[in-house]
Design a protein around this ligand. Structure first.
Ligand code: ADP
Length: 260
């Protein structure tokens, strides 16, 4: 009997080991596929402005710039815009590389969230107007101060608001709110956009993950924003959760620990 029990135990152990190795291989494969997608997306995007500028320069070298100042100005303006875009993209890639190596540095200070959010909303005004977004910000009295890194928390807000705009079909409807809760300060960013199916709601926080279905493929992105947001909020001792319903919208809920 002990020998049989031992064999059963060994068999069980082998099965568990096999399942674990198989799962880890699958996870590895998935990550590799997502990274490949990211690389092909970013390569495509880096190449587009480079070839546009090349075409503009090529064209400029084929006619007498002095005789056609109008066209010259036009080509130079195109080149300038494309180079700016390239600059932003390279910046993004470099930041991603830094973030990949977990080298995020924090500069914590007492940070009142009300003026911070207001500042972010003001700087996005043009984008809100362009998309005809209806954006509301609800908060009680008080400044809702946390111990936070100003730049990273602004980036968190930019990412969430950018997503709320990107993943809404038309006239985005966005509501931000700050509430005092027994265990901390709650910040909600709510949209009435396309929503996220339940099976993807945890995965959206993974690096390179993008929902593989629906309209998302028409929207530019690298699947990095939410993993950055998650990392920054965790770095602040906070939590983030998602509540979403396909076709109805999403709410990202962040809880910050009380300052002091
Ligand atoms: P990106 O937007 O660059 O693809 P993110 O990491 O910000 O990357 O988001 C990951 C994915 O989560 C997105 O590709 C999209 O599928 C989904 N997602 C994020 N925010 C929203 C939202 N507000 N509404 C619907 N889907 C969203």
């Amino acid at each position: 009997v002990p020998q049989i029990l031992f064999s059963v135990f060994l068999l069980g152990l082998t099965t568990v080991a096999f399942v674990l190795v198989f799962r880890s291989l699958r996870a590895q494969q998935k990550l590799t596929a997502m990274k490949n997608d990211f690389i092909s997306n970013i390569t495509h995007e880096l190449k587009t402005p480079i070839s546009t500028v090349s075409v503009a320069i090529e064209a400029l070298s084929h006619f007498d710039a002095l005789k056609d100042p109008e066209r010259t100005r036009e080509y130079l303006a195109i080149s300038k815009t494309e180079l700016n875009r390239l600059n932003l993209l390279v910046d993004k890639v470099l930041k991603t590389a830094l973030f990949d190596q977990q080298r995020i540095a924090y500069h914590f200070e007492t940070l009142p969230l009300v003026p911070l959010i207001q500042e972010v909303l003001d700087s996005l005004r043009v984008q809100f107007e362009k998309t005809e977004a209806d954006v509301r910000f609800q908060h009680g009295t008080g400044a809702f101060s946390v111990s936070g890194d100003r730049v990273h928390l602004m980036n968190v807000l930019y990412n969430l608001l950018d997503n709320a705009l990107k993943y809404s079909r038309s006239r985005p409807n966005i509501c931000l709110s700050l509430t005092d809760m027994p265990h901390g300060i709650r910040l909600q960013v709510q949209d009435q956009g396309i929503g996220i199916e339940p099976e993807y709601q945890l995965q959206v926080f993974e690096k390179f993950f993008r929902v593989p279905t629906g309209d998302v493929h028409n929207v530019k992105g690298y699947g990095l924003g939410l993993s950055y947001v998650h990392q920054i909020i965790t770095g602040h001792g906070g939590t983030i959760r998602l509540d979403s319903e396909p076709g109805r919208g999403s709410t990202f809920e962040i809880t910050f620990p009380y300052h002091g």
